[in-house]
Design a protein around this ligand. Structure first.
Ligand SMILES: Cc1ncc(COP(=O)(O)O)c(C=O)c1O
Length: 354
């Protein structure tokens, strides 16, 4: 690896891969044989270790646990029918990781190194990449502050790690989402566009309340006007009103999803018009009343394209039309997943071969 200056590699003595039932994989529970671990001290990255997946020891004073300097990424590697391994647009995740790092006052990981470490890990844990329609190896790079003192300040020490886990389907059926108008996830100037751990922690209480009402996810509104739809849990949001596809524009309050940007390109190439603009929840409710709410879907690495069957808003449940092969979300899912899995030609140059 040319861009990783000091790399030490220790291979596992006996792989654990035979312990996994690849026909029945729970999301995010079994981790592959190897992981990456690299520490930042005195203003630089130290030797990078690829080693057997194992626990790490931390001081109770580890500053990320107290003050939340912690960020992560999520991406997937796929095995094609011919056994080739493909990684989808890793440069975008590398760039977003560093956007998050800068926003959280953390050091950057050189983007080339970020991608090369993932490729190296995939070569070593190739046997962990599931085949089959929904299977993939989920890749989780993350970084957190490791100062061992209390006191709120920018840390001087950090740990960067990458772990991976085989995954299957995220949602087994179309989802229901609840519009949340009491709690907010992001606001201008905040950390909404960073993949900062605290962004997710803050959503868990309202998500738990929504789950009690039978909803799978929350559809978040903007934190200022409290009326513009932003995104869903871990997905960006698309809606089709009277034949026009709309999605909120990327901003400092919305995660700039890699799936979102790819879906916009694929939709346009499939002949759809896509407009990036603010969409108020009132517009969606009015469209539903007028019978013009054609479809809504979420886009994200983990869930791919999630069909939305229902939007809950102010005590009402807005039902969305039934899905068939003409359904726009079905078409874009088929095309995008097909590109990622080598079923369709990648005319965009998005896939990186491992
Ligand atoms: C808050 C949030 N929005 C949207 C997304 C979708 O982003 P991507 O398509 O890059 O996975 C994610 C997942 O990373 C997310 O956590």
């Amino acid at each position: 690896m040319k861009s990783v200056m000091n790399l030490s590699v220790e291979k596992i003595k006996k792989s654990r891969v035979s312990e996994v039932d690849f026909n029945n994989i729970p999301f995010g529970k079994f981790f592959a044989d190897h992981m990456v671990e690299m520490d930042w001290h005195k203003g630089q990255w130290e030797t990078c270790h690829i080693k057997p997946y194992q626990e790490i020891m931390l001081s109770p004073a580890t500053s990320a646990l107290h003050y939340g300097q912690a960020i992560f990424e999520g991406m997937k590697a796929y095995k094609t029918e011919s056994g080739e391994v493909l990684l989808f647009r890793p440069d975008k995740n590398a760039a977003r990781f560093n956007y998050s790092a800068t926003r959280m006052a953390m050091p950057n990981v050189p983007e080339e190194q970020f991608v090369e470490l993932i490729l190296e890990l995939l070569k070593m844990d190739r046997a962990w990449i599931p085949t089959g329609e929904d299977g993939a190896l989920y890749i989780r790079p993350f970084m957190f502050a490791t100062n061992t003192s209390v006191g709120v300040k920018i840390a001087e020490h950090y740990k960067f790690m990458i772990i991976t886990c085989p995954v299957g389907k995220y949602y087994s059926k179309p989802v229901s989402v609840l519009v949340q108008d009491e709690y907010f996830r992001a606001f201008p100037g905040g950390t909404g566009a960073a993949k900062a751990a605290g962004n997710y922690g803050g959503t868990l209480f309202p998500a738990g309340e929504a789950a009690k009402e039978g909803y799978d996810q929350i559809l978040w509104l903007d934190g200022v006007e409290k009326k513009y739809v932003q995104e869903i849990g871990t997905m960006n949001f698309f809606v089709s009103i009277d034949g026009e596809l709309l999605t909120p524009p990327a901003s400092d309050s919305i995660l700039d999803g890699v799936t979102r940007m790819s879906v916009i390109d694929v939709l346009r190439d499939l002949g759809y018009e896509v407009t990036e603009r603010d969409i108020s929840i009132h517009e969606i409710a009015e469209a539903h009343k007028a019978g013009k709410l054609d479809a809504a879907f979420g886009t994200g690495t983990a869930a791919t394209i999630a069909f939305i069957r229902e939007i809950g808003y102010k005590g009402e449940r807005l039902e969305l039309p039934v899905f068939d092969e003409n359904y726009v979300a079905y078409k874009v899912k088929d095309r995008l997943e097909g590109i990622k899995r080598g079923r369709y030609e990648d005319t965009y140059g998005w896939n990186v071969k491992v």
